[in-house]
Ligand binder design. Structure first.
Ligand code: HEM
Length: 450
C-alpha cells in the first residue's frame, strides 16, 4: 500500500497552473531540502519528518520545558522548518479543526452518484488509506511511477518530491447524505443529528446552488497549495463512479488563527482577522463549544464537530473607497494594531459599549450571542474577475462548532444589522457533520456506517 514514497529527484517539479503555483506558499526557503529522499526506507523518511499538530506540539513542550506551550505552539504555526512537516492523521479528533492553521486551502464538496451503500463504504475506506498516506507525505497506493506501464499509476504524481506540508484532510457529511428528495439513500436517515439542520435563509443571501451543498465535503489544508490540490484530486480520482465533485474552492491567506501567540493574519479588507478565536490549546472551550458530545443526541458524532462553510464575496472596490474611520467603525477595531475601538493593544478585551451598535465585532462577540463561540478557520480567495471589472474576491468562511443552531446560525442572525453587510454578500453555503478522528485501523465514516 505504501509504495515508494514521494521521491526527491533533486529538482523542483514544474508548478501547475496559476491557482496552484507553489512558490509563495512553501514558506521560507530551504524547506524542501528536508524532503523524503529517493529510495529512502519508510522509517528513514519518518525520521526526517517532524510530526506536529497539537499531539506533536505537546512533545515540543516537553523538549522546551520552561518555554511554555504557547511559544511552542506559536513556533509550530510560524516556524519555517515546521511548514514542511506532517500532522498526525489518527487521533480522537480529526486534524484540520483545532490543529494550527496552514496557509492554503482546497475545499471540495462531492455528490454521491451511487445508491449502493457498500460501494460508498468501500470508497470511504480507500479514501482513508489514501488520506493517511498523503498527510504523511507518501503517495497514494503503489505511487506515481514504477508501476505497470499498461495501467494508470495509483497516484497522479504532482506532489512527488514535496514534503507533507502539514497537510490535513477533514471530512464532513452533508444533510443530503442522510436524506435526499425524501429518500433514505443509504439507510442512515435516522442517524442524522438534530444539529445537522438545513441552514435557514439569511437576509442578504444570494446563494448559488452550484457553489452550495454536497453530500460529502473534504477540507484540505496545507502550507503548499500543490499538496492540497493533489490531495483533493486524488480523492476525486479514487471516488470515480461513487462520488463526483459538486463544487470546490481554493483559498490563500488564512483569515484565522488557532494559535493566539502567532501573528494574526489579515483579510482582504486589510484588517487582522482571527484575533479572538477559539485556540487549539483551550481544551475546556473546545469541549464546551466545538466538539460534539455523545449526550448531544448523535453518539456517532462524539468528538466530532459541525462545519459551516460560506463563500462570502467582498466588494473590495467599494470598501477601498470607504474612509479609514468608516472602515474601523464597521469592524470595531483599529486597522493598524487590531485593537478594539477605545483600547490600545490587539488582545485587550473588547469594550462593547464603545463600539458602534452596528460594528461587526460587537454583533459577533460572545456577549451579544448568549456566550456562544465558534472556531473560525477561513481563507481569502480571489477567483479572477467578474466580467464587470471587479475582482471576484472574498472570504471563504469556515467555522466549526458543537451545534450550528447555537453557533453560526445564532451569530449570523445577529449580524443582520452588521454595517459590514454593505460590503459583502454570501454567495455559497454548506453545512457538514464532521465525525470524530479515525483510530488506527479504522476508517472515515466508521462510526456512522458501523
Ligand atoms: C467577509 C466577511 C467577514 C469579515 C471580513 C470578517 C472580519 C472580521 C474581523 C476583522 C474580526 C475582528 C478580529 C477577530 O477577532 O478575529 C472579526 C471577528 C469575528 N467575526 Fe467576522 N468577518 C466576516 C464574517 C463573519 C461571519 C459570517 C461570522 C459568523 C457568523 C463572523 C464571526 C466573527 C466572530 C465570532 C468574531 C470574533 C468576535 C469577538 O469575539 O470579538 N464573521 N471578523
Amino acid at each position: 500500500m505504501i509504495g515508494g514514497g514521494r521521491t526527491n529527484d533533486g529538482g523542483s517539479p514544474a508548478a501547475g497552473g496559476e491557482s496552484v503555483a507553489r512558490g509563495a506558499a512553501a514558506g521560507a526557503g530551504g524547506q524542501r531540502t528536508d524532503r523524503p529522499g529517493a529510495g529512502g526506507t519508510p522509517s528513514g523518511r519518518m525520521s526526517r519528518r517532524r510530526m506536529l499538530g497539537f499531539g506533536g506540539a505537546s512533545l515540543l513542550v516537553g523538549a522546551a520545558a520552561g518555554a511554555g506551550i504557547d511559544r511552542a505552539v506559536a513556533a509550530a504555526d510560524e516556524g519555517d522548518a515546521t511548514t514542511s512537516s506532517a500532522v498526525p492523521f489518527h487521533g480522537p479528533h480529526q486534524a484540520g479543526i483545532a490543529t494550527p492553521v496552514q496557509d492554503r486551502l482546497h475545499f471540495a464538496a462531492f455528490d454521491v452518484v451511487t445508491g449502493d451503500r457498500a460501494k460508498l463504504v468501500r470508497m470511504l475506506k480507500e479514501w482513508t488509506a489514501a488520506a493517511a498516506a498523503m498527510t504523511a507525505g507518501r503517495p497514494v497506493g503503489a505511487g506515481a511511477v514504477g508501476g505497470p506501464e499498461v495501467s494508470p499509476p495509483d497516484d497522479t504524481g504532482e506532489a512527488l518530491g514535496l514534503p507533507p506540508s502539514r497537510l490535513t484532510l477533514t471530512i464532513g457529511f452533508g444533510p443530503t447524505l442522510f436524506e435526499k428528495d425524501g429518500k433514505d439513500r443509504f439507510g442512515i436517515r435516522d442517524r442524522r443529528p438534530a444539529a445537522l439542520v438545513d441552514l435557514p435563509h439569511f437576509p442578504g443571501d444570494n446563494l448559488d446552488p452550484n457553489r452550495s451543498g454536497g453530500d460529502i465535503a473534504v477540507q484540505a489544508c496545507a502550507d503548499d497549495p500543490q499538496v492540497a490540490v493533489h490531495a483533493i484530486r486524488n480523492l476525486a480520482r479514487i471516488g470515480f463512479g461513487v462520488v463526483a465533485v459538486r463544487w470546490s474552492q481554493l483559498g490563500f491567506g488564512k483569515t484565522s488563527s488557532t494559535t493566539p501567540d502567532a501573528q494574526t493574519p489579515r483579510n482582504m479588507f486589510g484588517f487582522k482577522d482571527g484575533t479572538r478565536n477559539v485556540a487549539g490549546t483551550e481544551t475546556s472551550a473546545l469541549d464546551q463549544h466545538i466538539w460534539a458530545a455523545g449526550r448531544d443526541g448523535a453518539d456517532w458524532m462524539a468528538g466530532g464537530s459541525y462545519l459551516v462553510a460560506r463563500r462570502i464575496r467582498m466588494h473590495i472596490e467599494t470598501w477601498d473607497r470607504a474612509s479609514l474611520g468608516e472602515q474601523q467603525d464597521v469592524i470595531g477595531r483599529d486597522k493598524n494594531e487590531g485593537a478594539p475601538i477605545g483600547r490600545r493593544r490587539e488582545h485587550d478585551p473588547v469594550d462593547l459599549p464603545r463600539l458602534k451598535p452596528t460594528a461587526h465585532v460587537r454583533l459577533a462577540h460572545p456577549d451579544s450571542n448568549g456566550g456562544t463561540r465558534i472556531l473560525r478557520r477561513g481563507y481569502s480567495f480571489t477567483d479572477g474577475s467578474d466580467g464587470l471589472g471587479r475582482l471576484d474576491a472574498g472570504l471563504f468562511f469556515i467555522a466549526f462548532q458543537r451545534d450550528p443552531r447555537t453557533g453560526f446560525i445564532r451569530i449570523q442572525n445577529n449580524l443582520a444589522t452588521d454595517a459590514m453587510n454593505e460590503y459583502i454578500q454570501h454567495v455559497g453555503s454548506g453545512i457538514y457533520a464532521c465525525p470524530p478522528g479515525v483510530r488506527e485501523g479504522g476508517h472515515w465514516g466508521e462510526t456512522l456506517f458501523g
